[in-house]
Design a protein around this ligand. Structure first.
Ligand SMILES: [Fe+2]
Length: 507
């Protein structure tokens, strides 16, 4: 042994003092640390307080014999090798000691060289044994780390997915898009071959389909319908249903291997049911898929609720503003329903000029509210029968800006605000309030301007009579390129030729 610290410790247990003395002297001389005990009980005490690398024990001793000691060591620290020394070896003894993890036998009388050989052998074995245990622990730790790592990666993926679901639903602008998103996400997240969203209809017992989609790559996945009673059960119980295996479920289409049904609730009431199916081989949905779909369903429900709330507020505000317009128009018999007709004609022109649904919505809104700014103009100017003074005309010219301010303050209608502000701009830059020119003027404002003037001329004013439609159209044609965008004028004339123009002044 090179240093004190590396000395190996031997424990000798024997009730014969002289054996302990001889062994002690010999092995200390050989560089070992030596501990002694006169019976098993004393040895147990030594083992509790000292580190021992190998234990020699006699079998027959008072209080606690060698076999009991071997058993004790085997149970408390099975890395300590036990060598038994006995004067009377028997088969029974041998079997019992081997069972208790004894690694060697020495028959008394024992000579010291024999003992030393045995010690060196068992200690070598012990080193290997301990090393093996350490290696094994290292492998286990590595495996545990890898498992934790896998779990972590999985958790991060799950979190990302959940975040994405939340973000996607928060960004959706219409209920139809929510349904579409629900179905697409179900196919992606739960690896479904087919998914469908059914919305409750109060007049029919089973919900009806709104959106469905299938995986085109899977035969039959585009044509799946889960049994009505399965759907009805989910609606009735207000609980999701996971059909892991088709066994025992009646009425499932032949190609459905596994199915999932999740109710969508808004304010504790079932609003619809999200259904999904797997149609391939042995694949099936799991509890995890159920969890994801329930999460998707909850987020979709929240999104629909918010949209409904927003649409409601939007509709209420629009109605309030339009009531003001009606009030303004009601004071002047010539302008009654003017805004309504302007909106209708503007939408007609917009459809003809391939406007998007969103642009048509903007036209609907700004058509109805384009003159709301007149609320800020004094009645004696607004209702004047004869010609206006220059100063009065300047006042009138403020109405597009006042209107834009009223609508813009709410922050809901930024695009509409600009369409209203510029509805009196002229194509050649001679209009108001800013004198914008050509394409500087928003397209929908150019469109609204034609509809506005057409209706104003055709329906008469307090200070002049209604003008013949042919004259109105002629006047507008003449102003193409100066007052109006020529493309819009062209569209108006085409609508007239095709007989699609509403009769001017009609409600
Ligand atoms: Fe106007």
């Amino acid at each position: 042994m090179d240093t004190e610290q590396q000395k190996e410790t031997l424990l000798f247990v024997d009730d014969e003092e002289n054996i302990l003395d001889i062994a002690s002297e010999y092995f200390t001389f050989k560089g070992f640390e030596v501990l002694t005990a006169r019976n098993g009980r004393e040895a147990v005490q030594v083992l509790e307080s000292e580190r021992v690398d190998c234990c020699f024990t006699d079998i027959n001793m008072p209080e606690m014999d060698g076999l009991a000691l071997a058993e004790h060591i085997h149970h408390t620290d099975n890395t300590i090798p036990v060598i038994v020394m006995t004067g009377y070896p028997s088969l029974d003894n041998t079997i019992a000691t081997l069972k208790n993890g004894v690694v060697d036998f020495l028959i008394k009388p024992v000579n010291l060289e024999q003992m030393e050989l045995a010690v060196r052998r068992v200690l070598r074995q012990r080193h290997l044994f301990v090393e093996n245990i350490l290696l094994q622990k290292e492998v286990e730790q590595k495996e545990r780390l890898e498992k934790l790592n896998r779990e972590l990666v999985y958790k991060v993926e799950e979190l990302n997915l959940i975040n994405r679901i939340m973000r996607d639903f928060a960004a959706i602008g219409s209920t139809t898009d929510v349904f579409k998103c629900v179905v697409d996400m179900t196919i992606e997240v739960a690896h479904a071959d087919w998914a469908q969203f059914l919305v409750m209809n109060e007049h029919v017992e089973t919900p009806f389909e709104v959106v469905s989609a299938g995986n085109g790559a899977v035969p039959g996945a585009e044509d799946v319908r889960l049994p009505d009673d399965l759907v009805a059960g989910v609606v009735r119980d207000e609980l999701p249903l996971l059909v892991k295996d088709r066994q025992g479920v009646e009425g499932l289409p032949d190609n459905v291997r596994s199915a999932l049904l999740v109710p969508m609730k808004i304010r504790e009431k079932v609003f619809g049911v999200l259904t999904a199916a797997v149609c391939r081989g042995d694949l099936h949905f799991s509890e995890k898929d159920l969890y994801y779909l329930s999460y998707i369903s909850r987020n979709a429900a929240r999104s629909i609720e918010n949209l409904a709330l927003y649409e409601n507020i939007y509709q209420n505000l629009f109605s309030t503003l339009y009531a003001f317009v009606n009030a303004i128009e009601a004071r002047d018999p010539y302008t009654q329903q003017h805004s309504e007709r302007v909106a209708r004609l503007a939408i007609l022109l917009g459809q003809e000029m391939n406007c998007s649904p969103e642009e048509l919505d903007i036209l609907h809104f700004s058509g109805h509210l384009h003159d709301i700014g007149k609320i800020g103009i004094r009645d004696d100017i607004l209702l004047k029968c004869s010609g206006l003074t220059a100063e009065e005309y300047e006042k009138i010219k403020e109405h597009p800006q006042i209107g834009a301010n009223i609508v813009g303050q709410l922050g809901l209608w930024d695009r509409e605000k600009d369409i209203i502000r510029y509805h009196h701009e002229h194509f050649d830059g001679t209009g108001y309030p800013e004198g914008l020119k050509g394409e500087e003027i928003p397209f929908l404002s150019r469109l609204l301007a034609v509809a506005d003037v057409f209706d104003a001329m055709a329906s008469g004013r307090a200070y002049r009579k209604k003008i013949e439609e042919s004259v109105v159209l002629e006047t507008i044609r003449d102003r193409a390129g100066t007052h109006f965008d020529p493309r819009v004028v062209e569209t108006l004339l085409r609508l007239h030729q095709e007989g699609k123009l509403p009769t001017a002044g009609d409600n």
